[in-house]
Design a protein around this ligand. Structure first.
Ligand SMILES: Cc1ncc(COP(=O)(O)O)c(C=O)c1O
Length: 399
């Protein structure tokens, strides 16, 4: 048995059986490349599921983390922490103005968003009857009970009921259905500006603006889940910048720490009234280690012009995937996405194609069942994109 096979066997024995994992053990990374324990190199177009925005093995990130680790790793939110304040300040200079709560993951950020919305209505506005949540079919917001309750895909919820009550699901993109679903009992609407896990689905033009209008008219909290689309993934820091709307609450995670776990829930000044001392907390949330990593990422985005780069290389990727989709019809149904969050739509299950791509040394992932998601580090080059698309083409030809 090879070392890799031994480790895969150990994984099957030691870990809970909740992931569908490739029989590969990753050990090292550099830029857009990953190596497994057998020394095999892969071109990484997953970025650790839209996380590693500056790629793997970034020396600046390593330096930021190690310098902070030597100074202070953790002290808790019993005290103010300078790196946390600097990160909140850096985020407030982006397109959303508000206050920050830091946590450790996307699902926790959404949990915090749902909680502040409920408490804002119940306490700050004295409307404890406004508890209903409106969410969308095919959405994905995370795996904790609150976030799962607003996730509009039955496969994630199966066997975990009962969910948090009073959630109404409406079709993504159907503004009339939203108008009907939002009543004076609605607390909040939660939406991904682009449905990512659901299959890289962009909303129809004007849909998010209409959501904004409905929420403003009815005093409903509008929450944008930018856990996957945020931190530059679509070519602007937030995907909503492309839509001319600003939510009341926005959530971030994934790319925020470049791979170091950190999430954030940002709320505007008005909704921020929902929280008071003791109403929400996270032991690790915003600790010095995570926030120094995230501060480095904020800097790296600006210093390296990663947003412009994402738009440029992303449009190169989008065009290449469209050409590939055209060439491989009827096996393919098209391509869609924005920036470096792109999908190649297949005529069936994308998992076998993803597996064959890995055999050829290309890492991509499945979204929405029939979509091959291409979401590389934001530092990816056009030459690497071309190599990835050629490998994907070959993987399609195999099957
Ligand atoms: C839009 C969105 N929200 C929330 C989550 C959950 O994030 P996490 O896995 O960090 O809890 C994800 C993860 O894929 C996501 O894509």
């Amino acid at each position: 048995m090879s070392r890799q096979e031994e480790l895969v066997e150990a994984g099957k024995r030691l870990l809970l059986n909740n992931y569908r994992q490739a029989p590969v053990v990753m050990s090292r990374g550099e830029g857009c490349a990953l190596w497994d324990v057998s020394g095999r190199r892969y071109l990484d177009m997953t970025a650790g599921v839209a996380v590693c925005v500056v790629g793997h093995g970034d020396v600046g990130l390593a330096d930021a983390i190690s310098a902070q680790a030597r100074t202070l790793v953790h002290a808790s939110n019993l005290y103010y922490l300078e790196t946390q304040l600097r990160l909140a300040d850096a985020l407030s200079r982006r397109a959303f103005k508000g206050r920050a709560f830091f946590c450790n993951s996307g699902t926790e950020a959404n949990e915090a968003a749902l909680k502040i919305a409920r408490r804002y209505q119940a306490v700050a506005r004295d409307r404890p009857d406004r508890v209903e949540l409106v969410a969308f079919d095919n959405s994905f917001h995370g795996r904790t009970m609150g976030a799962l309750s607003v996730t509009g895909q039955p496969k994630y919820r199966a066997g975990f009921g009962p969910m948090v009550e009073a959630v109404r699901f409406v079709p993504f993109g159907d503004a009339a259905a939203v108008r009907e679903a939002v009543t004076d009992k609605t607390c909040a609407v939660i939406v991904e500006p682009i449905q990512a896990e659901g299959g890289i689905i962009l909303p129809p033009p004007g849909f998010l603006q209409e959501l904004r209008r409905v929420c403003t008219e009815t005093g409903t909290v509008l929450i944008f889940d930018e856990v996957q689309t945020g931190v530059g993934r679509t070519g602007t820091f937030y995907a909503f910048e492309n839509e001319g709307v600003v939510p009341d609450v926005v959530t971030l995670a994934k790319g925020l720490g470049g791979g170091v776990p950190i999430g954030a829930m940002l709320a505007n000044e008005e909704i921020g009234r929902g929280f008071s001392p003791g109403s929400h907390a996270s032991t690790f949330g915003g600790n010095p280690l995570a926030t120094s990593a995230a501060l480095y990422i904020q800097q790296a985005i600006d210093v390296n012009g990663l947003l412009e780069r994402c738009r440029d290389v992303g449009s190169h990727l989008g065009s290449a995937l469209l050409r590939l989709a055209e060439r491989r019809k009827p096996r393919t149904r098209g391509a869609r996405g924005r920036g470096l969050l792109q999908g190649l739509v297949l005529d069936g299950d994308a998992a076998p194609v993803v597996a064959r791509a890995a055999e050829r040394g290309l890492l991509v992932s499945v979204a929405g069942g029939n979509v091959v998601r291409v979401a590389p580090p934001l530092i990816v080059t056009k030459a690497q994109i071309d190599e990835a698309v050629a490998l994907l083409d070959a993987a399609l030809a195999d099957g």
